[in-house]
Design a protein around this ligand. Sequence first.
Ligand SMILES: Nc1ncnc2c1ncn2[C@@H]1O[C@H](COP(=O)(O)OS(=O)(=O)O)[C@@H](OP(=O)(O)O)[C@H]1O
Length: 164
Amino acid sequence: MACVLLFSRIPPFSHRLTRSSICFLSMFLCYLCYGALFPADSVMQKAGDPTPGCQRAPADGAKRRVQKPPCALPWDARPSSGEPSRLKSDLRPPSTLRVDTPSPPMGNLKFGNKKLPNAIIVGVKKGGTRAVLEFIRIHPDVRAAGTETHFFDRNYGRGLEWYR
Ligand SMILES: Nc1ncnc2c1ncn2[C@@H]1O[C@H](COP(=O)(O)OS(=O)(=O)O)[C@@H](OP(=O)(O)O)[C@H]1O
């Protein structure tokens, strides 16, 4: 009796095949939709961008990236868009970042305006503080000091005027 009940609950082979087909079909449709919504190039490069080599620069590590921008095209010659681009700010030479193209919220700051920092990265030596700085400074609204200031451990005696 139990056997009969058990077998009566197992769907016939054709039903199982249909369910498997539906399952595979839905997975395939999901894959297609995902591919249509998020094409591989949409994150790294826009369709009209004439500088494919710049945005596909190899990730060499933060220090080298800051010292030597991988793109030969001048920053001013690149097409601008309204959207704040993470990759563009990443490739921007540090000097240009400060002087030529201030981000909108920082635009009312004149060059040479001395301010104390809004945020400080604190860390031990070899604790990865440089990496944290490089990640945060990718944001277009962040303006970071060029080098580590070491105010509290080395330059505290110079006072706040030096720190600004
Ligand atoms: N996410 C992550 N995971 C693991 N390790 C990481 C990470 N980010 C940075 N690092 C390593 O941190 C080392 C650099 O740390 P600092 O930037 O604090 O260096 S420094 O003290 O300011 O010179 C440096 O180690 P070394 O390569 O041994 O010098 C980095 O490789």
